[in-house]
Design a protein around this ligand. Structure first.
Ligand code: M6R
Length: 608
């Protein structure tokens, strides 16, 4: 989604602005721009397409001022174009703004402004904000911006410049992230930490409604009532290299290979010396868990697929019924959530607006809430009663890989923890699972040795127009994630199906040209799965099985198999998804796609 940067200091603003925007490229964008104050006015440069287009423009017409703002846009209102790119200014470029989010009442505001004589250049909702500042200007930058905020509705992070006050940036946020990087004789603003990491490790994380007045020597933050806020400086602990490719050709590949470490980091802080599971920040007791009648898991995309797996975990270990809802549907489903519901939201970024909105709705209905997220201090983490972190490190590729497997790990640990507290599972089961967890990173390393094998399979699959992913029980949930991964990276149509359901209609689509991926790790449904594989083979389809290395039977039914080590069936999803990640990666590469930034997609989706 859109990326935002701002700079004020002794340095050349455009240097940081371009570097910061480059570091935010992973968010996905279609145009970019900067605004810099020089020669007594605000100069705006913007360009459709990749950042390189903007860089070329700046090379031709350099800007050397010391204060500025920048933006990478992901179109919501108005097509990608030079004119619709941010920054946007008012009639005289006195107030200039960059924005991430949506101004929901922009139409009615725009109408009123046009009646007052304002002329708009772009089709964006954002331009209204700059014109509003011009309209409401009372001579005081901060007070003017407060007036603007009092009339706009929607979600936003905003950074403003005022040509009459060329030493100051003002920024604010609601439901969209914004941080301030603190430097020596310079300060930075960004929508995400990677933008500032090469410049400073000390940051403020802005909360909803806070307004920051940022100058080169000072940062003053005020709450929504205008009262000064004493912000805590947060230290960034992860390294700059963690946000780089580290020698891998793509972030996606790097992140697939980081899974053993990400999983080790995520697991080990939740294991006790006695072979039990702990969550230090949850003050749950047997009694408090008795008060939960049902669990709602809500999330989007890959995180939703993690929720589908978790339903199996939680129901088996706690006997509490679990409902898994796509976040963008939940709010409109007239939910039956009550104060006896525990709502678990799952989100890598912690900023997905659909998930945030679902969480707010569940809370409004009285639910208790927990966030599982990879993003410390994110909106979703802060909105929830408690946050549990996946320690995957920054995930840059749009396609989620290590975030997904660490989500599965946390959800499995959490289910065991609940079962342990409720005494709905035996101590022996917990000990057994803890032992499985301890060897999991090594097992993942073994699965990663299927790399070359998956590259060869990808070579055959690039010809396919449709690919079906089949599974039963937990394997069906994993098949859904496999299919999503292939679609987003390779642009090949892929569909996951509950293997037993295929014969009720969709089997009509299966031909010798329709490759099948069959995930078969769940003993209880294994015989049935073999029959379902027979059904598609009988229609001439090639079947790639994903199963245990000691399952000689699966080999007989399929054309070819990808082997994962024999592990507990609750752990197997964490392994069986990895060959599917690799397959998606290589299929995308062989089709010449930009696998880290697939078309039409953004890493962090902060619009509904
Ligand atoms: O940041 P989140 O986990 O909330 O993102 C949710 C989805 O947008 C995300 O999982 C998406 O489906 C993945 N990029 C797919 O790989």
């Amino acid at each position: 989604m859109c990326g935002i940067v701002g700079y004020v200091g002794d340095g050349k603003a455009s240097d940081f602005l371009i570097e910061g925007l480059r570091r935010l490229e992973y968010r996905g964008y279609d145009s970019s721009g900067i605004a810099v104050f020089e020669n007594g006015k605000i100069e705006i440069k913007k360009k459709q397409g990749r950042l390189i287009n903007l860089e070329n423009l700046i090379k031709e017409m350099p800007v050397s001022g010391h204060i500025g703002i920048g933006h990478t846009r992901w179109a919501t209102h108005g097509k990608p174009s030079d004119i619709n790119a941010h920054p946007h200014g008012d009639s005289h470029n006195r107030f200039v703004v960059v924005h991430n989010g949506i101004i929901e009442n922009y139409m009615e505001l725009k109408k009123k402004l046009i009646q007052k004589g304002h002329t708009f250049k772009s089709e964006t909702d954002t331009e209204v904000v700059a014109h509003l500042a011009e309209d409401l200007d009372d001579g005081d930058f901060l007070s003017t911006i407060k007036k603007v905020l009092s009339v706009i509705d929607g979600s936003y992070s905003l950074v403003f410049m005022d040509a009459e006050q060329p030493d100051t940036l003002i920024c604010t946020k609601k439901d969209n992230p914004l941080i301030i990087g603190l430097g020596e004789k310079e300060n930075f603003i960004a929508s995400d930490i990677p933008a500032v990491i090469n410049y400073t490790r000390r940051i403020y994380i802005l909360n909803d409604g806070e307004i920051a007045v940022v100058k080169k020597d000072s940062v003053h933050v005020y709450d929504a009532d205008g009262l000064p806020v004493s912000k805590k400086v947060q230290e960034i602990t992860w390294s700059a290299e963690a946000a780089e490719k580290n020698g891998y050709p793509h972030f996606m590949m790097k992140e697939i290979y980081e899974q053993p470490k990400a999983i080790y980091d995520t697991i080990h802080i939740h294991l006790t010396k006695d072979g039990e599971v702990k969550f230090d920040n949850l003050n749950w007791t047997k009694n408090s868990l008795e008060s939960i009648d049902n669990i709602l898991i809500t999330a989007c995309g890959t995180a939703y697929h993690a929720g589908l797996v978790a339903k199996h975990y939680i129901e088996q270990f706690t006997k509490i019924p679990v409902q898994v809802e796509i976040a963008s549907e939940y709010r409109y489903s007239k939910p039956l959530t009550t104060a006896r519901t525990l709502c678990i939201v799952v989100s890598q970024s912690g900023e997905t607006i659909d998930t945030l909105a679902a969480l707010k709705e569940a809370k409004r209905l009285g639910a208790q809430s927990i966030a599982i997220t990879n993003s410390i201090g994110s909106s979703i983490a802060r909105e929830s009663d408690a946050a549990i972190y996946t320690l995957a490190g920054p995930e840059i590729a749009v396609a989620s890989t290590k975030a997904y497997t660490t989500q599965l790990v946390i959800l499995l640990l959490l289910s065991l923890y609940m079962g342990q507290l409720k005494e709905t599972i035996s101590k022996e089961l917990v000990h057994h699972m803890v032992e499985e967890f301890k060897v999991l990173p090594k097992q993942i390393e073994k699965v990663l040795t299927e790399n070359k094998h998956m590259e060869k399979v990808a070579q055959r699959f690039i010809q396919a127009e449709d690919i079906f992913y089949l599974g039963r029980s937990i394997d069906y949930a994993i098949a859904m994630e496999g299919a999503l991964k292939l679609k987003e990276i390779s642009y090949i149509h892929a569909e996951a199906y509950a293997a037993g359901e295929l014969k009720h209609g969709t089997l009509a689509l299966i031909t010798p040209d329709t490759p099948i991926i069959a995930v078969a790790t769940q003993e209880e449904v294994m015989a049935k799965m073999y029959s379902n594989i027979e059904e598609v083979r009988a229609r001439g389809a090639e079947v790639l099985g994903i199963g245990y290395d000691d399952d000689a039977e699966l080999e007989k039914y399929t054309t070819e198999i990808v082997k994962i080590p024999r592990v507990d069936e609750f752990i197997s999803p964490i392994l069986s998804v990895i060959p599917m990640q690799l397959l998606a990666y290589y299929t995308g590469i062989k089709k010449g796609n930009d696998v880290d930034k697939p078309r039409n997609l953004a890493k962090s989706v902060t619009v509904e």
